[in-house]
Design a protein around this ligand. Structure first.
Ligand SMILES: [Zn+2]
Length: 135
């Protein structure tokens, strides 16, 4: 395996998704190198366990309200043993952050935790914020 790919469909327009994705990449310590049309290129930084990786994301509007994101993550140093588990965690983190940003605000789904009043999803059993059981 020379690269790690993932495909994810999200509700929204390319402009919205692109804007959120750039913010999420920066929050996840990726350096956004270029945003050209529907392609975003970014690099993760050096760390103790990694020489970093190159990420490209291709955005495609598949219908009026759906954007398909195709992620491709590859190591910057192809000769170095790559920790794909780490790369997958990195990618999953980006997707989690992005989905959290895009999830409907409490105004649309105003279920609240009875204890701390954080917004919760109707399929949740426990509050993600305080851990209380949701009736
Ligand atoms: Zn709570």
């Amino acid at each position: 395996m020379a690269s790690l790919t993932a495909t994810r469909d999200l509700m929204g327009t390319i402009d919205e998704i692109r804007q959120h994705l750039v913010a999420v990449l920066e929050a996840a310590k990726f350096k956004v190198k270029s945003v050209e049309g529907d392609t975003i290129k970014a690099q993760s930084g050096f760390s103790l366990t990694s020489l970093g990786s190159n990420l490209s994301v291709l955005l495609e509007q598949t219908d009026a309200s759906t954007v398909r994101m195709v992620f491709n993550l590859e190591p910057r140093q192809k000769t170095v043993m790559t920790d794909w588990g780490r790369s997958r965690r990195e990618l999953n983190r980006i997707l989690e952050l992005l989905e959290a940003r895009l999830s409907p605000e409490s105004s649309e789904n105003d279920l609240q935790c009875p204890e701390c009043h954080a917004s919760v999803h109707d399929e949740d059993v426990f509050c993600a914020n305080c851990g209380s059981k949701i009736a």
